[in-house]
Design a protein around this ligand. Sequence first.
Ligand code: HEM
Length: 444
Amino acid sequence: MKEIPAAKGHWLFGHAMALSKDPLQMPADIANRHGGAVQFRVLHRPFLAITDPVLARHILQKNPDNYPRSFHYESGSITIGHGLLTVEDERWRRSRKMMQPVFRIDPVREVAAVTARCWNDAEQDCRKQMAEGRAVDMVQVCQRLALDVILRALCSLQLEAEQLTHFGALVKASLLRLRLRNNAIVSPPLWLPAPNNRVIHQVRRELDAFLGPVVEGCREHPEGDDMLCALARARDEQGGAFTRQELLDETKTLFAAGFETTATAMAWVMCELADRPDLCDRLAAEADGAFGVAEVSRSTIDQLPLAGRVVEEALRLYPPVYNLGRHSRQDDEVNGVHIPGGVDILISVWGMHRGIHWGETAGQFDPDRWLPDRRPARDAYMPFAAGRHTCIGIHFALVEMQMMVALICHRFRLRWASGAATPSVRPQITASTDGPVWLELASR
Ligand code: HEM
């Protein structure tokens, strides 16, 4: 059996400093340099970094029982509780089965109309700033829009702009603090009143105070037509419903997982579109055809194939979830390669999406690579992971983003504001821009 090569690190710390400094680029680079898989150490802890799609799919899809999610996910439960992202085995299986029907493509098509309604408010906001002669920070626009969509679709909540900003900042703060905790070489126990811990506890209290009453409302009146009410009506095989705490934890999980990811990816779409006025014009023409004839409906997204390719390409070049963390329970073998047991695994989606499978143009933004006759390397593409933990919100996110791209290009021409800096990637919980994306918008 072949052993996976080992990267040489510091004699005491191994690769601890490099990983803590750049959890996005470091695993991507060393795995790609070593042919798709490499062993390394973080202090005494053995790790594997993987960008090889065959190994990754084996871990995620073929033998997932041997590879539960790594310790990185556990810390999420401090703020978002024990929902789909943070529980394993039987508890996860029951919840996933109860939730899956709500997230099928058919019911989720309604998200197209929700996105269009939310966009009306976001567009007014943009126009106000334009009227004052100001550039618009599209990071803020996309964040508020993504949050508005998920709040309205999930629990029919319509917040004012300032409330959206506050709630968005709250979820982001919780994610950031958890990342700091995950990447710290040593984390203080949670009961210590350390600054990071204090923020984590405060965020949890605020999230509970905000969402608790919403969840109770849905449990008392589950006949509503939003997704949370559908979850309140869901039953397991024994006929049992989610308890109040379970429903609250799943709601917090859906917010945490479903708003920052979409907003981050949309911010990168904005950067790419600002560089390509010709592509924006094509998108606007496509949107004219789709929105010109009738109200946005469940079939609108079928008329937006170019917007769909833009979204697929953005999720390739800028996958918001840049690493998937797993832990190997026991020794395993894939095509003659030995995967040791007791090891933490980082599947670098970032490295895979920019690796050899994408040829010489891997680093370029080219939506047309997704045309079927171009045969894109789908095996080496997993922005929503693969196997049983594949993102439950995949259809939600795709419909929402496809609509956002079409709606924005339909109404505005985009170009960089004068003096605006092109952002670099900052690995927070998601692969975010390292600052605002200032664009000048002009009406079409
Ligand atoms: C562009 C947007 C999104 C991306 C790139 C994304 C990506 C992912 C990835 C990679 C995972 C798997 C994590 C792992 O197992 O290690 C995941 C899981 C999950 N996502 Fe998403 N996601 C997005 C949007 C959403 C939305 C909109 C929702 C909810 C409305 C959502 C809810 C979830 C949940 C609940 C899980 C846990 C699933 C499970 O383990 O059964 N995500 N997502």
